[in-house]
Design a protein around this ligand. Sequence first.
Ligand SMILES: CC(C)(COP(=O)(O)OP(=O)(O)OC[C@H]1O[C@@H](n2cnc3c(N)ncnc32)[C@H](O)[C@@H]1OP(=O)(O)O)[C@@H](O)C(=O)NCCC(=O)NCCS
Length: 193
Amino acid sequence: MEERVHSRIDPPRHGLDPKDLDSIWEILRDADGQFIPPLSARTSSVQSDLIVSELDPDGPREYFDSMRTQYFLIARGTKGRAVGFMSFRKNYRLPEEASAPPGLYYYVSTVIIERAHRRQGLTREMYELLLEDADHHGHGVATRTWSTNAGHLALLEQLGIDVVHTIPDGRGRGVDTLYLARPPRREAADDGA
Ligand SMILES: CC(C)(COP(=O)(O)OP(=O)(O)OC[C@H]1O[C@@H](n2cnc3c(N)ncnc32)[C@H](O)[C@@H]1OP(=O)(O)O)[C@@H](O)C(=O)NCCC(=O)NCCS
């Protein structure tokens, strides 16, 4: 039988369920070096200065601690184990220089799928669910990534989440920081407007 849409993704929740803490930590730790810069070189998931040089020997612990109080979408494998996640904040405002309408956005701070579960459409599903929820609440969706992250950028383009601001060499020489956004589509459904 065909799976219903989003059946592999939990609805958005605030904070992490204690039962998922170990899996999410392992996913984050395994993907640490795939980020530019590595997550273990960052002090938080909202840090703006991303040219850094020192790696934390404890891995991305500080990043994890700053991330775990945000909102989450969790992607689950067949046995219910978390195999990936998206963390996001609400009520985010884009940098003033961004070429996008002002307003409130959901800001995706981290998205990771375990290597063995990549290219199965899980991240696409998480974004689709997030976009639906953001539409419903009158928010846009924004994120940022580095300019050589071809896989993530390809997906964002397919979803209509476009580059709205570039910081040249923001991640080091030849690697830009890109802000991407899809503006709010309509007013919140429950505000009477
Ligand atoms: C980026 C990442 C989250 C994508 O997750 P995913 O679940 O494998 O992505 P999906 O399966 O939903 O991909 C959907 C589409 O995006 C594009 N895409 C995704 N990964 C790609 C890659 N490595 N190369 C080219 N295109 C890619 C493809 O068009 C894909 O559709 P297709 O498989 O039918 O061709 C995953 O590769 C990852 O965890 N990377 C390391 C962490 C990271 O870079 N996170 C983003 C920065 S915050």
